[in-house]
Write a protein that binds this ligand. Structure first.
Ligand SMILES: O=C(O)CCC(=O)C(=O)O
Ligand SMILES: [Fe+2]
Length: 224
């Protein structure tokens, strides 16, 4: 019996962004690499001030609606509320541009920043942020910048109990801390999608969890 060969999923462009961004973060004294061989992930404590976090939390409270996902109908999968953060607003734009600058990416590669709020019991079950290129949604994603390369996520508050971001296959678990930014490469160093980036927003037990997430594409998300 013949086995069908898996398609080659490496990519020079995605490899380039993996190398360029991780070199830039490694050279930044404010950023610290995670101890994991499975994933390129960096921590940047205090990326946002207390005031910036409070303003973003207020915007999330004002605009939140039930979260959606691309590829499952399971109603328990992502039970948080979320909203798009208006990238041109004076409250959001400086943060948007600071994140792109931190990574050395063009702000146009960044998707619209997403705010998310988890009440007790709410969660985002294990998923990868990269797109499966055999799914029906992929052609539409190709029209707006293609694959996701890096994810950045910022905790906007401390959470009393629960709400960690857990990477079970990379052996990392991060507790929410106000102002802390996480940045990780969704690809392997060769530019292929990294299955070990699987992660979960663990259910909040006590308190409320607020985050903003920004995903970067290999091309421009905003078409000029
Ligand atoms: O809430 C978390 O800790 C994870 C959020 C997440 O995975 C996402 O927004 O893609
Ligand atoms: Fe995610």
């Amino acid at each position: 019996m013949l086995f069908r060969k898996k398609p080659v999923r490496t990519s020079p462009v995605r490899q380039h962004y993996g190398e360029a961004v991780s070199a830039r973060l490694a050279a930044n004294p404010a950023a610290e690499p995670a101890k994991s061989d499975a994933i390129q992930l960096f921590y940047h404590p205090d990326f946002l001030s207390a005031g910036q976090c409070a303003r973003l939390r207020a915007m999330i409270d004002a605009n939140r609606r039930p979260s959606t996902v691309l590829s499952t109908a399971d109603p328990d999968y992502r039970t948080s509320d979320s909203c798009d953060m208006d990238r041109w607003s004076p409250e959001v734009r400086p943060t948007d541009e600071a994140i792109a600058e931190l990574l050395g990416l063009d702000p146009l590669q960044g998707e619209t920043m997403q705010g998310q709020r988890y009440a007790p019991g709410q969660q985002f079950r294990a998923h990868c942020d990269w797109f499966s290129e055999d799914q029906p949604y992929w052609p539409a994603m190709q029209q707006c910048g293609g694959q996701r390369t890096w994810t950045t996520m910022i905790y906007l508050n401390d959470v009393e109990e629960g709400g960690a971001t857990w990477f079970p296959l990379a052996g990392l678990r991060v507790n929410p801390k106000r102002g802390l930014l996480l940045a990780w490469n969704n690809m392997n160093p060769d530019g292929s999608p990294n299955d070990k980036t699987l992660h979960e927003g663990v259910a909040v037990m006590k308190g409320t969890k607020y985050i903003v997430t920004k995903w970067f594409r290999e091309g421009n998300w905003i078409q000029g």
